[in-house]
Design a protein around this ligand. Structure first.
Ligand code: G3P
Length: 215
């Protein structure tokens, strides 16, 4: 299973605190031989890339030039990101932008984890062939209630639909995931990884929370 820990814009994931969290991730990665990626805040990408594998939380479909305020794919690549997380429910994008970002990522050698909030979106996004699609129910994000326990049928449906559309796109899921049991359920339903934020980033003991999550 792949574990993508999204630092969002949580205070507990910024600067020195973000570096502490990245060190816990690196420690648990090593201890459990687990595939864990971090999605830190932009200003910490370079520093954290020296500690553990990272993806950026967004990029824009722009190349070098006059794009003040845009996040250049080449800049996150240069900062050490191996990929990017896009179209998160908290950073929604129109379909033409998603297509542009996925194409730009391919040119920049970045892997794309593209979020989808429902099956209709999954079907549209699959046409652009991202590396991963992460199905997250917006209602359950940050709720403390896990998609694996509350809506297992939605995960199965997503996995099944994606397999039919393009079996090369890796299915991930997220929203409220917090425990090994959640991960186990997601895995049994066919997901190849999970996206997790609050249960880890906001935990009092982040290392312990990771140990309680990773199978
Ligand atoms: O990107 C993962 C995120 O949206 C899930 O958030 O807090 O429900 O784990 P959370």
């Amino acid at each position: 299973m792949l574990y993508l820990i999204n630092f969002k814009t949580y205070e507990e994931g910024l600067g020195d605190k973000g570096i502490k969290l990245a060190n816990s991730i690196a420690d648990v990665r090593k201890k459990l031989n687990a595939d864990i990626w971090a999605a830190p805040q932009f200003t910490d990408l370079k520093e954290i890339s020296k500690i553990t594998p990272i993806v950026s939380q967004h990029i824009d479909p722009v190349s070098f030039g006059s794009h003040t305020g845009s996040v250049l794919p080449a800049s996150v690549k240069d900062a050490g990101a191996m990929g990017t997380l896009i179209n998160h429910s908290e950073r929604r994008l129109p379909m033409d932008k998603i297509e542009g970002i996925i194409n730009a990522s391919k040119l920049s050698g970045l892997k794309t984890v593209c979020c989808a909030a429902d099956i209709k979106e999954v079907m549209e996004i699959a046409k652009f062939s991202p590396d991963y699609i992460a199905y997250e129910d917006p209602e359950l994000i940050g709720s403390g209630r896990s998609i694996a326990q509350e809506k297992p049928e939605a995960i199965s449906k997503f996995v099944e639909v994606l397999k039919d559309l393009n079996p090369e796109i890796v299915p991930l899921c997220g929203a409220g995931i917090a425990t090994k049991q959640d991960v186990q359920i997601a895995q049994e339903l066919g997901a190849k990884g999970v996206l997790v934020a609050s249960a880890i980033v906001k935990a009092e003991d982040q290392r312990e929370a990771l140990l309680n999550l990773v199978l």
